[in-house]
Design a protein around this ligand. Structure first.
Ligand code: FES
Length: 156
């Protein structure tokens, strides 16, 4: 499937969705020993948000979008489409953090290389430190690479 000439997100899924870490747990039952596999799906990560005028820390679970967790903590970040397309919610990683962008409609490996993340559809895979309000910078980065940059004409 293609969206405006660009491959759709599933083309990138394998690159962006690390397998959840799994480990074995031995259960010593009264009459037998059983071994089960448990994944780390319940993880909650700390995310420091570097807002224009302050720094705030929030907790985000691995199945939660960072934008939603910020909103639940009383922080209203920019957003428009909430689908990982328009770039309005863009942030930029300021640590070596890992974000799963597989819920984003359009997200390129070049975005990851440049440190940009889409908070509306990004889920944490590590502790994060993110500078918010980076929509202009992400659009400019995309334009320089001849990648899709919706609303590049916007003054915001
Ligand atoms: S709000 Fe549109 S990409 Fe996040």
């Amino acid at each position: 499937m293609a969206l405006l000439g660009f491959p759709a997100r599933q083309d990138y899924r394998g690159l962006m969705t690390p397998e959840p870490e799994k480990f074995q747990v031995a259960l010593l039952l009264p009459n037998e020993e059983r071994s089960i596999e448990v994944s780390r799906d319940e993880h909650i990560w700390d995310a420091a948000l570097l807002l224009p005028n302050e720094e705030r820390s929030i907790e985000v679970s691995r199945d939660e979008h960072i934008w939603d967790a910020a909103f639940a903590a009383g922080i209203v970040l920019p957003a428009m489409c909430h689908q990982g397309y328009c770039l309005t919610c863009a942030g930029r990683l300021e640590n070596e953090g890992e974000v799963d962008q597989s819920d984003s409609l359009v997200y390129f490996p070049e975005d990851r290389e440049a440190g940009f993340v889409l908070l509306c559809t990004g889920k944490p895979r590590s502790a994060l430190r993110i500078r918010t309000h980076q929509q202009k910078q992400m659009r400019e980065s995309r334009k320089q690479k001849n990648l899709l940059a919706p609303y590049s004409w916007s003054k915001d």
